[in-house]
Design a protein around this ligand. Structure first.
Ligand code: NAD
Ligand code: TYD
Length: 348
């Protein structure tokens, strides 16, 4: 199969591209990525000489470019990872989220339709379902109820994908996954941010009471599930993906402190994220029962291995943590960390 993978220089996309090239060497990958702050070609360094992986720097909103790529590379399937992906950034400014996540997805759908692409897989998120109370889990039938600009943009994209399936007969599937972690994640998200701050003995900024619950999955398990859905999922269906690893943020942070030999005195409760979703939990029975998917990483082992990866790859994250990221970090945390001992107040 010839695949067009979008956002393949990002965290999850780069894992997916690598998975395909290793596990399915007969498949070729065209990787279209705009290389925003989150795109990092160093995460794909091992594929530099791989003739089965063609990287194209470009924007998914460029429908003409996407159509050209589909024709030139005889693309049979599109897997759309490209997105603005960080909730906190969407609170600071929602427009880029609409531009890429909504308009960009529409552009891909139009190009897929015009180019006769056989299957379109939209990589979505559990956050489109909104927030849970103390019990229960999201099902594929749970009504969409996004609460952040990020999740609203992802929900809009999901609706467009469903609309192109129903209206135009496009063969499309949607995966909705819980929070990912693992090597190569940009250090704005909870786990890598806390790991790097712990390495450096800097404050670990925990939003609110820290009792917000996320359902963690190793990025490799997510990518294996996506690939099963791409090849075996039923057209027009949604597949939830999650590994049943619910954990309050404070417990995640404490585990990271243990793995880095740091004390809990580094924990800083900072003002909460506006509109912060209290709890996510996924029921992934459908992808398990229909497609035989099973997660292979436990959270305990996966988190320890992730800390080890960041410890042994300082060059990767030191290079990431510069430029635009630094500006963003200032904007995001300067206010929150006010009042903290100035010698410990700069987490970067
Ligand atoms: P990421 O931010 O690490 O990577 C996004 C990639 O998309 C980057 O390489 C970026 O350069 C690229 N991109 C952004 N705008 C683009 C555009 N207009 N055109 C082309 N490329 C563009 O994101 P991630 O964490 O790897 O997430 C990938 C996908 O998975 C997203 O769609 C996200 O909504 C979804 N998802 C993420 C998680 C998670 O925990 N990270 C969980 C569920 C679903
Ligand atoms: P994040 O990694 O941003 O993912 P998402 O918001 O998509 O779930 O955040 C995970 C959880 O960690 C979420 O409840 C917010 C919280 N959090 C903090 O407490 N401190 C931080 O510095 C960050 C980035 C997140």
């Amino acid at each position: 199969m010839n695949l067009l993978v979008t956002g393949g220089a990002g965290f999850i996309g780069s894992w997916y591209v690598r998975l395909i090239r290793r596990a399915r060497p007969a498949d070729s990958v065209v990787n279209l990525d705009a290389l925003t702050y989150a795109g990092n070609m160093e995460s794909l360094a091992d594929l530099r000489d791989d003739a089965g992986h063609v990287f194209v720097k470009g924007d998914i909103r460029d429908t003409a470019l996407v159509r050209t790529l589909i024709a030139r590379h005889q693309v049979q399937a599109i897997v759309n990872f490209a997105a603005e992906s960080h909730v906190d950034r969407s609170i600071l400014s929602a427009s880029p989220f609409i531009d890429t996540n909504v308009t960009g997805t529409l552009s891909l759908l139009e190009a897929a339709r015009a180019g006769g692409v056989k299957r379109f897989l939209q990589v979505s998120t559990d956050e489109v379902y909104g927030s849970l109370g103390a019990t229960g889990a999201f099902e594929e039938t749970t009504p969409i109820a996004p609460r952040s600009p990020y999740s609203a943009s992802k929900a809009a994209a999901d609706h467009l994908v469903a609309a192109f399936h129903h209206t135009h007969g496009l063969d499309a599937v949607i995966t909705r996954c819980s929070n990912n972690y693992g090597p190569h994640q940009f250090p704005e998200k909870l786990i890598p941010l806390m790991i790097l701050n712990a390495f450096e003995g800097k404050p670990l900024p925990v939003y609110g009471d820290g009792l917000y619950v996320r359902d963690w999955i190793h990025v490799e398990d997510h990518c294996r599930a996506i690939d099963l859905v791409l090849r075996g999922g039923r057209a027009g269906e949604v597949y939830n993906i999650g590994a049943e690893n619910e954990c309050p943020n404070l417990d995640v942070v404490r585990a990271i402190l243990r793995h880095t030999d740091r004390g809990e005195d580094l924990i800083r409760h900072v003002p909460d994220r506006p509109g912060h979703d209290r709890r996510y939990a996924m029921n992934a029975a459908k992808v398990r029962d229909e497609l035989g998917w099973r997660p292979q990483h436990t959270f305990a082992a996966g988190l320890a291995a992730t800390v080890d990866w960041y410890r042994s790859h300082p060059t990767w994250w030191e290079r990431v943590r510069s430029g635009a990221y630094r500006d963003y970090y200032e904007q995001q945390y300067a206010e929150r960390l006010r009042g903290v001992d100035p010698s410990k107040a700069s987490p970067t």
